[in-house]
Design a protein around this ligand. Structure first.
Ligand code: ADP
Length: 482
């Protein structure tokens, strides 16, 4: 959850939704691990000196509880301190998942109920995100089902990315979760291909399931996108809805952005140009020739999902023909990191690469670039393209998931659309979309119009928060009618 701990879009969304719900008069309580890198003092967290006792297998474990608030809000955030589980460098494991993620996250999923009891909170809804907290849905319907505090609580489970499912060894996971192997048999709600599958568990036990864009909600019913879970999603299809992630414009607005050299808006695009020039100077890309060359940016996890292979396939053609400059910020698979380091070495005046995670730089790349590329093979929602729109940076995207829901090809006759898209996962189609984008760059009224169209888009989190409230109500009705 931003600003405490982030690996991707999940962090932005979990931080923006409670703020909107608070405006709607709803009360949200957040529980998350006290990861080692969270600067608790900077964010004003304090130890409560309370301890929650969490049943694991046949014994009990514990966590010290810290309390703070989401910045600029009254939303309480409880951090669970357990050094065995959370006092380590990464969040999920870096670069590979930690082998005890089953135990760490089953602990977290169960501790949530104990925190609610400790603070005397009776939730209408428990909202769990991704496989790590999927077991809350199972606990809600079993161990805590007859507890009067939770007997009318609805479970809503949000899938942010179906590709990460949490495959656990049944002997371990069923034991830690307190179900035992007698509950594990082929076709049961925990089982998929002879393993415990946390994602399936969350989907099956939840009252309602959401995912992060309407198109992705449809796509995952199809084997190409379902990562093997099409039958599970088919079985629960009537309870599954797609809600497009929203953007927290307080954090992502060029008019208010303190990370930028010059703030700007659609009436003052000179400010955007100043950001570009400063970025080129800071990164050494400002050789004298052809300062007007377009700058294409990419801020992304460097994984196969993000369509890096399409970029790699065509990039030397574009750079060799001196068609644009490229700025990349990201980290992930070493084969991609190594390739981009090589590219920056080969084209020092054309390519800037920063391997790592850097929030300030992400704002500066998005503001300073003319285009952002997101050629994803699949993309549950994607946030970067929505940030880009607000910053007048034109997205070039593959038409999948949330990218398809937010980006529309520019039509120069009607002067509609906010970006460039391609459909097939194919490097030639990608290159064609890039060429169309480049041909429009700086072309008088069309360039002005597409940037205006982009900056006029509104994907604010308030709309998406209201959609969630509808689903919560729907889930509560289902539980109460039972
Ligand atoms: P995913 O969750 O699959 O990574 P999203 O587009 O939903 O993709 O969210 C990614 C978020 O992480 C965006 O806010 C993006 O700006 C940010 N991000 C990704 N990589 C980096 C990085 N290397 N440095 C800073 N921010 C990053």
């Amino acid at each position: 959850m931003v600003p405490f701990a982030k690996t991707g879009g999940l962090a932005d969304i979990t931080a923006s939704l409670p703020v909107e719900w608070e405006k709607q008069g709803q009360e949200t309580v957040v529980v998350m691990p006290k990861y080692a890198h969270i600067d608790v003092y900077a964010y004003g967290f304090k130890p409560t000196f309370m301890v929650v006792y969490v049943p694991i297998s046949t014994w009990t474990e514990f966590a010290h509880v810290w309390k703070g608030h989401l910045p600029n809000s009254n939303i309480p955030v409880y951090l669970l301190e357990n050094n065995d589980y959370f006092n380590r460098r990464g969040i999920y494991g870096d670069p590979n998942e930690y082998p005890d993620n089953d135990r760490r996250f089953i602990f977290l999923s169960r501790a949530v109920f104990e925190v609610a009891k400790m603070i005397d909170f009776k939730p209408d809804v428990i909202h769990a995100h991704d496989f790590h907290t999927a077991f809350t849905m199972a606990f809600l319907k079993s161990q805590y089902r007859n507890d009067p505090r939770f007997s009318k609580t609805a479970g809503v489970y949000t899938i942010h990315n179906l590709a990460y499912q949490g495959w656990f060894n049944p002997q371990r996971a069923m034991d830690f979760a307190g179900f035992g192997m007698k509950e594990f048999y082929p076709g049961c709600w925990f089982e998929h291909k002879s393993s415990v599958n946390a994602m399936k568990t969350g989907i099956m036990f939840a009252d309602k399931i959401t995912t992060v864009s309407p198109t992705y909600a449809k796509e995952i019913r199809n084997p190409y996108f379902s990562e093997g879970l099409q039958d599970v999603l088919g079985a629960k299809g009537g309870d599954l809805v797609g809600i497009l992630n929203g953007i927290y414009y307080n954090e992502w607005d060029p008019e208010k952005d303190n990370y930028l050299h010059s703030k700007y808006n659609r009436d003052y695009l000179m400010g955007k140009h100043i950001n570009k020039i400063n970025f080129l100077k800071e990164t050494g890309l400002n050789d004298r020739d052809n300062l007007d060359l377009p700058l294409i940016g990419m801020v992304s996890r460097l994984t196969e999902q993000k369509g890096i292979d399409l970029l790699i396939d065509k990039i030397e053609y574009f750079l060799g023909n001196n068609l644009f400059r490229l700025a990349i910020l990201g980290s992930g698979e070493s084969r991609y990191e190594d390739y981009f380091r090589y590219l920056a070495w080969k084209y020092p005046k054309r390519v800037y690469v920063n391997i790592g995670y850097n929030n300030t730089l992400s704002h500066r790349i998005i503001a300073g670039s003319d285009f952002m590329v997101l050629p994803s093979r699949f993309e549950p929602c994607g946030l970067t393209q929505m940030y880009a729109l607000k910053y007048g940076t034109i997205p070039i995207v593959r038409q999948t998931g949330g990218l398809a829901d937010t980006i529309e090809e520019y039509n120069s006759k009607k002067q509609t659309g906010n970006g460039f898209t391609f459909y097939n996962y194919n490097a030639d189609d990608f290159a064609y979309a890039v060429n169309r984008a480049l041909s429009l760059y700086s072309k008088g009224k069309h360039w002005d119009k597409i940037r205006l169209n982009a900056m006029s888009c509104d994907f604010s989190s308030s709309g998406s928060a209201l959609e969630y409230l509808k689903v919560f109500k729907w889930a509560m009705d289902k539980v109460r009618l039972k």
